[in-house]
Design a protein around this ligand. Structure first.
Ligand code: NAD
Ligand code: UDP
Length: 312
C-alpha cells in the first residue's frame, strides 16, 4: 500500500538515498531539510516528480504534515559539522526529536529515529551489543552528539510508554558512499578526496583505532526493513561488522585510487573512540538483514562518485 513518508534530513547523505529508495517502493515522499549539511543537488533528479515534495524547514521548529511514517534523520553526522554549533546539535536532538514525536503522536504516524553507534561512546565491550549501556563522556566535545542521541532514544521510549507512539530506533554504525560532501570531514570522504587530489592522507593519532564501515545501500535497506517490521521496535544495531584500522583504510584507499599520496599523522581529537564493531545478531534475526557490499567494492563506488564530484 502506498504511504506518505516524511524523511527529515532528506537532502543529506543517507536521507537522499532513502528518499530515492522509498520512491522506488512506490511511496510518496516529503523531504524536509534545513540544508545545513544537505544539498539540493543530492535530490536534483527527484524535484518535479508528482510523488516527491521538498520542504525547507528546521526540525527545531514545529511543523504539522499529514503522513503515515517519519524517518527522523535530521542531524549533522560528521564530527566537524556537529561540533561547529554544538548547542544547535543538542537542540536538533532534543527539541527537534520532541517536535517529530509530537507530530507522530498527533497524526498517528510510525516514527524511526536515526540513532548512532556513538551512544556506546568509547566502548569497553567489544563488539557492541544493544544491551551495552556505553561509556560516554557527558561533558566532552563529542557529547552534543553522543548525549544528544542518547536523549533522543530516551524521548522515543518515553513517548512510546507514555503516549503509545509507534517507534523504531536504528543505531547506525559508520556509513559511507556517494552523496557525501567533499568537505564532509569524516574519514572515508577525507581519505578518498585526499588520494584523488594527490594530497597526504591525514591519519589522526597512530591509526590503530578501528571502525566498521557500511555501504549506504545496505544501510538504507535495513532502515526500510526496520520501519516495515511489525514485531520489532529496536534499538537495533545496523552496520557492517567487518572491522578495519584507519591505517588499513588509508592503505586500501591509496591502492584503489592508484594514488601517489603518502600518509601523514595529525593529533587524535579528544574522546575519539578506540574501537567500534557492531554485533548485528539482532538485525540478522529480526530483520533477516545482512550487509552485502564489502569495503573494497563500496569504496570503488565512492571513489567513482568523488572523482566525478571533483572534476565537475
Ligand atoms: P548528513 O549530515 O549528510 O545529513 C544530515 C541532514 O540533516 C542534512 O541534510 C542536514 O542539512 C539536515 N539537518 C541537520 N540539522 C537539521 C535540522 N535541525 N532541521 C532540518 N534538517 C537538518 O548526515 P548523514 O550521514 O546522512 O546522517 C543522517 C542521520 O543518520 C543523522 O541523524 C546521523 O546522526 C545518523 N547517523 C549517520 C551515520 C553515518 O555514518 N553516516 C552514523 C550514525 C548515525
Ligand atoms: N580520522 C582520521 N583522519 C581523518 C578523519 C578521521 O584518521 O581525516 C579518524 C578519526 O580520528 C576516527 C576515525 O577516523 O578515529 C573515524 O572518524 P569519522 O569522523 O569518520 O567518524 P567517527 O569518529 O564519528 O566514527
Amino acid at each position: 500500500m502506498q504511504k506518505r513518508v516524511l524523511v527529515t534530513g532528506g537532502a543529506g547523505f543517507i536521507g537522499s538515498h532513502l528518499c530515492r529508495f522509498l520512491l522506488g517502493k512506490g511511496h510518496e515522499v516529503l523531504c524536509l531539510d534545513n540544508f545545513f549539511t544537505g544539498r539540493k543537488s543530492n535530490i536534483d533528479d527527484l524535484l518535479g516528480r508528482h510523488d516527491f515534495e521538498l520542504i525547507r524547514h528546521d526540525i527545531t521548529e514545529s511543523i504539522l504534515v499529514e503522513v503515515d511514517q517519519v524517518y527522523n534523520l535530521a542531524c549533522p553526522a560528521s564530527p566537524v559539522h556537529y561540533q561547529y554549533n554544538p548547542v544547535k546539535t543538542v537542540k536538533t536532538n532534543v527539541m527537534g526529536v520532541i517536535n517529530m514525536l509530537g507530530l507522530a503522536k498527533r497524526v498517528g504516524a510510525r516514527i524511526l529515529q536515526a540513532s548512532t553507534s556513538e551512544v556506546y561512546g568509547d566502548p569497553k565491550v567489544h563488539p557492541q551489543t544493544e544491551e551495552y549501556w556505553g561509556h560516554v563522556n557527558p561533558i566532552g566535545i563529542r557529547s552534543c552528539y553522543d548525549e544528544g542521541k542518547r536523549v533522543a532514544e530516551t524521548l522515543m521510549l518515553d513517548y512510546h510508554r507514555q503516549n503509545r507512539v509507534d517507534i523504531r530506533i536504528a543505531r547506525i554504525f559508520n556509513t559511507y558512499g556517494p552523496n557525501m560532501l567533499v568537505d564532509d570531514g569524516r574519514v572515508v570522504s577525507n581519505f578518498i578526496v585526499q588520494a584523488l587530489r594527490g594530497e597526504d592522507l591525514t591519519i589522526y593519532g597512530d591509526g590503530r583505532q578501528t571502525r566498521s564501515f557500511c555501504y549506504v545501500d545496505d544501510l538504507v535497506r535495513a532502515l526500510y526493513s526496520l520501519m516495515e517490521s511489525d514485531t520489532f521496535t529496536g534499538p537495533i544495531n545496523l552496520g557492517n561488522p567487518n572491522e578495519f584500522t584507519m591505517l588499513e583504510l588509508a592503505e586500501l584507499v591509496i591502492d584503489l585510487t592508484g594514488s601517489r599520496s603518502q600518509i601523514t599523522h595529525k593529533p587524535l581529537p579528544a574522546d575519539d573512540p578506540t574501537q567500534r564493531q557492531p554485533n548485528i545478531s539482532k538485525a540478522r534475526k529480526e530483520l533477516d538483514w545482512e550487509p552485502e557490499i564489502q569495503l573494497k567494492e563500496g569504496l570503488g563506488q565512492a571513489i567513482n562518485y568523488f572523482h566525478q564530484a571533483l572534476t565537475a
